[in-house]
Design a protein around this ligand. Sequence first.
Ligand code: TXD
Length: 311
Amino acid sequence: MSRKKIALIGGGQIGGNLALLAAQKELGDVVIFDIPQAKGMVKGKALDLMQLRPHDGHDSNISGTSDYKDIEGADVIIITAGIPRKPGMKREDLLGINLGIIKDVAENIKKHTPNAFVIVISNPLDAMVYAFHKTSGFPKNQVVGMAGALDSARFRTFIAMETGLSVQDVTCMVLGGHGDTMVPVTRLATVGGVPVENLISKEKLDAIEERTRFAGGEIVKLFGNGSAFYAPAQSAIEMAESYIRDKKRVIPCAALCEGEFGIEGYFIGVPTVIGSGGVERILEFDLSDDEKSELNKTLEAVKKTVSETGL
Ligand code: TXD
């Protein structure tokens, strides 16, 4: 059986880490695509990663290109094309520039890899994955946005840091848009099955929820130029691996809701089953009144940004 092929559209901070992680997990051969001005960078990153293989003992082929023909046959596409935030910017401020980029990328993906499973990362995420779907015309099971996996990982991290317990045993989810109105579902968070309310005070939990909502901006401020890239890359790789290995992982992802949670026609963070069929199912559950209110608030924020795409 031939190796799978993963094409990374955008070979910057996240793209480079995606290539490293995909190769180390032996998910398949990796092609890093970028614009002609960045062709040298992605060819250099690919060559550098090829030279890492003897230490890792894997044989994935890694290449860099600015020619869309080189992505043909890709099974998975991961899109980070676009600009990241600078301090003081909201993710929504990136729409003006990144929307044009995503539309161009979508046209090329439709032409060169019409059957690929597409994971969109570029911000503002919920609007960018919507724009990709509208422009490409891909079926909803073939298009998903990465955000909830990262936001939930951040939530888990802060809970583990507060309790001093293993992050491996922290389970939780963040629903909704990838923005300041995201919804950490604390009611369902546990450490080894023990509800977090039994381990952390309400005031500390409120602070953890708030830190989770603004965790991206916290790193943007520290960096001064650019945004997080290690955890975002790993988050997307978990989604890609679940597709490639048909793992049926349940991961909070921006999936197209058509009635789920009472949402119609928008990509937003919901518990998503990812397997060889791509987005195979959205798992629903009853929300408390407060959670419903928070989900409506984040949905309104998503609707506003999506409306600005004009799609
Ligand atoms: O959870 C999430 N979804 C977010 C997403 C987490 C972190 C970062 N988030 C967003 O991902 C961020 O706000 C950006 O919109 C993207 C990519 O972030 P990254 O940090 O990787 O940005 P870089 O390092 O600037 O890389 C972007 C690359 C760069 O090499 C550009 O040359 C390239 O995108 N680029 C393109 N590639 C292909 N095609 C086109 N048209 C193009 N334009 C730029």
